[in-house]
Design a protein around this ligand. Sequence first.
Ligand code: ADP
Ligand code: ASP
Ligand code: MG
Length: 417
Amino acid sequence: MGRLVMKFGGTSVATIERIQNVARHVKREVDAGNEVAVVVSAMSGKTNELVGWATEASALHDAREYDTVVASGEQVTAGLLAIALQALGIQARSWLGWQIPILTDDAHASARITGVEGGEIIARFKNAKEVAVIAGFQGIHKDSGRITTLGRGGSDTSAVAIAAAIHADRCDIYTDVDGVYTTDPRVVPKARRLDKVAFEEMLEMASQGAKVLQVRSVELGLVHNMPVFVRSSFDKPEDIDPHGMPPGTLICSEEEIVESQVVTGIAFSKDEAQISVRHIQDKPGVAASIFGPLADASINVDMIVQNVSEDGKFTDLTFTVPASEFTRAKDTIAKAKAKIGYTKLDTATDVAKVSVIGVGMRSHAGVAAKAFAALSERNINIRAITTSEIKFSLLIDAAYTELAVRTLHTLYGLDQA
Ligand code: ADP
Ligand code: ASP
Ligand code: MG
């Protein structure tokens, strides 16, 4: 007997029929003797629709009311799954974020979980063999009592947080692919499923654009050392061997991975914008005059490249921000023009970041150098580069994203045989 969290994403609960299929998956685990808490997303497309409605009502809407609107999608699926489970003769009860409660800070639309009360769920496992069906993506800010949401893809984070709070043995993330692949299998058909991925690698993959898991869910998995297993919800529950492990990817600590490759995976993101600040003085304090105002405006800066000036007097500085923050970032820099003292801004929004990730990079030299040569052979220009211990990222023209990802995928021996 074990204790499990089972999380089902939007495509897995997109119709009543699929919700009934999910209910049979849950029944399978209950019949095997497990205590189960389920976390559900909204039906696929629903959250986009709700976000669209909030924006249509007013482009500059109150973030608290945005959360009230967008949290509703998960309320529907939690209730529906509880109904479908009861119809199979399983004791089940739905829970909204505030009922558990899942406590968060007050950063509406991208709130962070600060605590989860797991006691009542555990008590009901014990007393009534009751399955908890929990609405993902939502929480409550204790002081204001308002509903919050955890940012797009946040149900993954709800699931791992619940798993930690109820001391689950594992958190299963059921989605529309049967695991984590070397890169997005919808873009590179030759992508290979990985059996195991280290938390640190998954953290990089998720934060560099692999949306299969929300970044914060991986952070929580790492902090609580909670094994996270990514698997498909489209398998027929009846076909799954109750004793074996189905296809999927285990996200776990690095020590559990016996054989590690130099490169584990490639992630990419087209959600980037580039800003180049031209002809600034090459002297102390100038970078602070650029990045200070951006930090004050809570704009995340990612890649930064500063040229070394030839004459020691003037230089250029290039950085990237998320595409959604582009206009705000440009305006923030323009407002600080007198203080920064630049001549002009060059910007580009048709750029993409391709990142190559692997813990093996710690002990291998020259991994990135190979990429530069391969991309130059394809005439792909690199606009900016950043590196960390287990990753390097390249900024390129968005039009070349797929070509670059496929080229690097082959280069590092990741293609399926
Ligand atoms: P859910 O609705 O179940 O949360 P998501 O759409 O958020 O599902 O995440 C699953 C999707 O992530 C897949 O359909 C796939 O296109 C995409 N994806 C991106 N990178 C990867 C990767 N490296 N491995 C697997 N899937 C990936
Ligand atoms: N429904 C939310 C979203 O689409 C949360 C999730 O699916 O994880 O972002
Ligand atoms: Mg998701």
